[in-house]
Design a protein around this ligand. Structure first.
Ligand code: ADP
Ligand code: MG
Length: 228
């Protein structure tokens, strides 16, 4: 098991005014799986993904990532785990605007203290792998939305993370670029990358090996949650 969440709750705010964004979420994921979580806006998708991605902590419950109880470790340890085990991609790409594609992709390796020559070599390799070998020196504003998301995917994968997390990866793309990104996900998953994606688009979700739904902070295996 690469990811195991047990009774995860997340409350924003305190006491009477506290808002329960996640309610007793249990979730398991094996290495190599490709899972999509679907839910409407405000259902808790990003809250859940941020906890899984070690960007936020649950209010209660346990989270075991690759054998380690993340919910209990220090902030420093959590940052290390994030760097080593998590690849994150966002709807709006989150690239550094003044940096080239190559520099953006190489950035996590800088934090991991990889020597500069090897950073360049690996970043170039990662960009070639996502079909951007001829765009290494382009800054994000000179790239299309689909190309920017490819840069973000290359950056997310540069450390060989245990899991690739994607928060609405096609949400800001036209349908052709969106489909190309989904084809890239299929290819990555076939080559062994574990992918957890959240989306509100049923067509996008249907490409995953397994689809779960979240509604009002309740995660369920089937469409039950949505119909209630
Ligand atoms: P989704 O990604 O499914 O659209 P979110 O996980 O972003 O939903 O948010 C779930 C609910 O939690 C929403 O009602 C949102 O307003 C609330 N929420 C999210 N983050 C915070 C926060 N930092 N403080 C207070 N409420 C929050
Ligand atoms: Mg969201």
């Amino acid at each position: 098991m690469i990811i195991e969440l047990n009774n995860i709750c997340k409350v924003f705010g305190q006491g009477e005014l506290g808002f329960r964004a996640l309610k007793d979420v249990c979730f398991q994921m094996e290495k190599g799986e490709y899972i999509a979580i679907m839910g409407p806006s405000g259902s808790g998708k990003s809250t859940l993904l941020n906890i899984i991605g070690c960007l936020d902590r649950p209010t209660s419950g346990t989270y075991i990532l690759d054998g380690e109880n993340v919910a209990e470790c220090s902030d420093n340890r959590m940052a290390d785990i994030r760097l080593a085990k998590i690849g994150f991609i966002f709807q709006t790409f989150q690239l550094l605007p003044q940096k080239s594609a190559l520099e953006n992709v190489a950035l996590p390796l800088l934090y991991a203290n990889v020597p500069v020559k090897e950073r360049r070599r690996r970043a170039e390799e990662a960009l070639v792998a996502v079909g951007l070998g001829d765009r290494l020196d382009y800054i994000p504003s000179k790239l299309s939305g689909g190309q920017r998301q490819r840069v973000a995917i290359a950056r997310a994968l540069i450390n060989n993370p245990a899991v690739l997390l994607a928060d609405e990866p096609t949400g800001a793309l036209d349908s052709v670029s969106g489909t190309q990104i989904m084809e890239l996900f299929d290819e990555l998953n076939r080559s062994g990358v574990t992918i957890l994606m959240i989306t509100h688009d049923a067509k996008v979700a249907a490409r995953a090996g397994k689809v779960m739904t979240i509604y009002d902070g309740v995660l369920s295996d089937s469409m039950d949650g949505i119909r209630r």
